[in-house]
Design a protein. Structure first.
Length: 875
């Protein structure tokens, strides 16, 4: 540095020495010598050597003068140079100051500009120091949290969040200290306690040494965005649910035709059409043949021009033709078409419905005219505009006669108000039904069930009513008949109760009669025929027998008698009934009897003959209305050829006929098809059950007979019963006399709860030659069997007993002696025997009261038959 200064001084001295050299030349020193001297001095100065002596060259005075002059010149030059340098430096300093002023001014302007920018940013700017305290928050940030900037200044970051936020913010702040810059979402608490959702981009602040001094963050309020996003997500979910919940087939395509969005229905149709699963970006065109592919491309091209496209098409899927309606619309974004949307609906049902509708429309007129119910169009003024043939037939009018009439003119007056209210309800939109009575052209009442609806035009204006009328006359008559039959059923139930009572009495009475008959029959052989005792016993026996016949007839009327067919002489059977029949028809009616001579025999239960005669005479009595004549007659009838009439087929053969004829009112032709129907009657309610002729028909057919009826209104009626002739058995019945079938010492166990009858039955069997054991209960019977082992040959038991019925008793005793023969007896077995026959068979049953001959014959018959294996009960 010193060297540079010295050099500078020498140079300055040289410059200032030039005038001295010029003066030396003037004083006699040559210019060369002056130049050499000066140069030497300068060189020595520059080299740092001592100045050479110049005395030899010049005298000292001259040198000094030159040196002074040179020094003066140098000093003056230095001053001049210094001034120049100072001025230059001053100018440079001024320029530097000016630059700094301009820079500071620009910085202030920039800071002002950026401060304005920061203060006016919509985004929040938040600066915190190394202690997480707020050093700066722009207005947007403060407003975001509901504060002003001054309120936030100096407050810790953690004051603006909940506990969960403090935990997260602490973790984030530690990351800032580590120099991490990141972006994340965060939830703050506003001043009012509400929550605000933000998106934060934050990074650390470092000084020139790299030390952490704080952090700065840009904060964006995304509360609305989050709500929008949630709404969008919810909307997308709803949209997804919507398109998946519809049966419509939906797809969204881009410009190239690739499927970008679709629902499950589209995927299923895609698979059904092309037999492949739909992959992302699927294109329908790849599965089409050339012609179809070209047409598909044309359709998409047309849609991409901005036009919608609609088409129906059919495809065979799973061997069935299915129909679809497809609509394709352009999809725009910002005015530009970016793809297409497809909405397809299967219309197979609609197509088939339309086909069916076309068919039905073609048949409508035919259906209208041939409907099985009446159909009519009724104007708003209640005038009949059009009617079908069925409605005309229902009311007995021609079409032109009905059309033009009003509804009121064909409605029964009692239903006028209901019909008017019905039309008013139809006008209000109700579609209920009504049952009403129409007036037939001939005055008859026709019940109709009417359904009526209002027909409107396309604008909703009412045009007319359409009514469907179903003829329910027969149903209404059936309902009335059902009510009548219900009353008859109640009457029949009353009769049933009376019959049960009569049967119960008859049961006890038969037990007593059985004792009387057996006692008289056993006593008669012990007396002489001419003795008064024999006469008295015969009278007792005859009276008891007639009493038994009377009980049988009563049971027959009550239909409680067990069916026991036997060979009958109809003349004798009917003649025995005449007194009771006369009482039945009353004294004011003449009952005449005309028996045929040589009448053939029939096989039938006499109680059934009693029932037939009682029912026919009862009907005849009602027909003559208290004054008239009833005739009963019999005859032999030969049918040469098979014939067929109202009662069915009548085979050729010999028949025994008996008829009941009255001179009463006769039977109308309209009633003839119904007279044998159960519960059919023309009598008033409570005066007839309607079961009489039905019972007669049932009995006759059960015995392979036939019924013929000859009648006319006002000319009386004749009921003729034809029964097959019996040709296999000779005459006689259980009351015949002769040798008794005696016993051979067999052991018989008799079980009877009535002590008197038990004693009498035991005596009768002992009288016939049997060994008899008597029991009044099941316990006694079991004890006797156990005492006698397998010695029993026959069990005779009553059916109706208090502890156990006869069939159960027989089964239990058969357990002790398998194969035990059984004879059942009863005076009233209707509730215990099978409906048609005896408890087990006709051969093993004897009806009380029975004669000694009947008892002897039945016991001998059973003992001589093969033993039974098991006693069973018929269900």
């Amino acid at each position: 540095m010193t060297k540079h200064v010295a050099t500078t001084v020498v140079l300055l001295l040289t410059l200032f020495a030039l005038p001295a050299i010029a003066d030396a030349n003037a004083s006699g020193m040559s210019a060369r010598d002056a130049q050499i001297a000066t140069t030497t001095v300068l060189a020595s100065s520059l080299a740092g050597d001592e100045l050479p002596p110049v005395a030899p060259l010049y005298n000292l005075l001259d040198w000094m003068m030159g040196l002074v002059l040179a020094a003066s010149a140098i000093f003056v030059g230095w001053l001049v140079t210094l001034r120049r340098v100072v001025r230059q430096r001053t100018r440079e300093l001024q320029e530097e100051l000016d630059r700094r002023e301009r820079a500071e001014s620009a910085l202030r302007a920039s800071e002002h500009k950026y401060r304005l920018l920061v203060d006016n940013l919509a985004q929040g700017i938040w600066h915190i120091d190394q202690d997480a305290r707020t050093t700066f928050a722009n207005p947007a940030m403060a407003a975001m949290l509901g504060y002003n900037a001054e309120e936030m200044a100096g407050r810790p970051l953690f004051d603006f969040m909940d506990a969960r936020g403090v935990e997260l913010a602490t973790r984030y702040f530690e990351a800032r200290k580590d120099g991490v810059t990141e972006r994340h979402d965060f939830e703050f608490l506003r001043k009012d306690g509400s929550r605000i959702y933000t998106s934060i981009e934050t990074g650390p602040l470092l000084d020139e040494k790299g030390d952490f001094t704080g952090a700065i963050a840009g904060v964006q309020d995304v509360t609305a965005l989050r709500a929008t996003t949630e709404a969008l997500r919810h909307s997308e979910a709803n949209l997804h649910t919507l398109i998946e919940s519809t049966d419509d087939i939906i797809a969204l395509r881009n410009r190239t035709g690739e499927v970008v969005v679709s629902n499950g229905s589209f995927a299923r149709l895609y698979h059904a059409l092309f037999d492949v699963d739909m992959a992302p970006g699927a294109q329908v065109a790849t599965h089409l043949v050339d012609a179809e592919r070209n047409r598909w491309d044309e359709i998409l091209a047309e849609v991409h021009t901005g036009d919608a496209y609609h088409m129906d098409y059919a495809r065979e899927i799973d061997d069935k033709m299915r129909y679809f309606a497809m609509s394709i619309y352009p999809v725009r974004s910002g005015g530009e078409i970016i793809g297409s949307s497809e909405f397809t609906r299967e219309i197979t049902d609609r197509v088939r419905a339309e086909e069916s509708l076309r068919d039905s429309e073609a048949r409508f007129r035919l259906a209208f005219e041939n409907a099985n119910v009446g159909v009519c169009l009724v104007g708003l003024d209640r005038q009949l505009l059009r009617v079908n043939e069925r409605f005309c037939t229902m009311l007995g009018y021609e079409r032109h006669e009905l059309e033009g009439l009003t509804v009121d003119e064909i409605t029964h007056p009692d239903f006028m108000a209901a019909s008017t209210a019905f039309i008013q309800r139809a006008a209000a939109g109700d579609r209920d039904d009504i049952e009403k009575v129409y007036l037939h052209r001939d005055g008859r009442h026709v019940w109709g069930r009417v359904n009526r609806s209002l027909v409107r035009d396309g604008e909703g204006r009412p045009l007319y009513y359409i009514a469907h009328v179903q003829d329910i006359t027969e149903r209404k008559q059936a309902e009335a008949e059902r009510e009548r039959l219900q009353e008859q059923l109640l009457q029949a139930q009353k009769m049933e109760a009376i019959g049960r009572l009569a049967g119960g009495i008859a049961h006890d009475f038969n037990n007593m009669l059985a004792v009387i008959l057996l006692r008289a029959e056993m006593s008669l052989p012990l007396t002489g025929e001419s003795t008064p005792l024999h006469y008295n016993l015969s009278s007792i026996h005859g009276t008891a027998q007639r009493s038994a016949d009377l009980v049988r007839q009563l049971l027959g009327f009550a239909r409680k008698q067990v069916i026991a067919p036997k060979s009958l002489d109809l003349n004798a059977t009917i003649e025995g009934m005449l007194p009771m029949l006369q009482s039945l028809v009353g004294e004011g009616i003449a009952l005449t009897w005309h028996p045929a001579a040589g009448l053939w025999r029939v096989k039938m239960d006499p109680a059934q003959i009693d029932q037939i005669l009682a029912n026919l005479c009862s009907n005849a009595r009602d027909a003559v209305e208290g004054a008239g004549a009833i005739k009963i007659e019999t005859a032999n009838v030969v049918v040469e050829e098979a014939m067929h009439d109202a009662d069915g087929a009548l085979p050729a053969g010999d028949y025994v006929a008996f008829s009941v004829t009255d001179d009463g009112c006769g039977i109308d032709d309209a009633l003839l098809p119904h007279i044998f129907e159960p519960f059919f009657t023309t009598k008033e309610v409570g005066k007839g059950s309607g079961l009489g002729l039905a019972t007669v028909e049932g009995i006759v057919h059960q015995n392979h007979g036939h019924i013929q009826l000859v009648t006319a209104p006002g000319q009386g009626a004749t009921f003729k019963i034809l029964l097959p002739r019996q040709v296999t058995e000779s005459g006689g019945d259980s009351r015949q006399t002769g040798d008794l079938a005696g016993g051979k010492g067999e052991t018989i166990l008799v079980v009877e709860d009535e002590p008197t009858l038990l004693e009498m039955t035991a005596e009768a069997l002992e009288f016939l030659g049997y060994k008899v054991l008597s029991a009044g209960s099941l316990a006694d019977a079991r004890r006797l069997m156990e005492e006698h082992g397998d010695a029993l040959d026959l069990l005779v038991t009553d059916i109706v007993m208090p502890e156990v019925d006869g069939r159960q008793l027989a089964r239990r005793l058969a357990e002790l002696q398998p194969g035990l023969r059984v004879l059942f007896v009863s005076g009233y077995p209707a509730d215990h025997a099978t409906p048609r026959g005896t408890p087990d068979s006709d051969a093993n049953f004897l009806q009380k009261p029975y004669s000694l001959h009947a008892l002897a014959a039945k016991v001998r018959e059973i003992l001589d038959s093969a033993p039974v294996v098991e006693v069973t009960t018929r269900k």
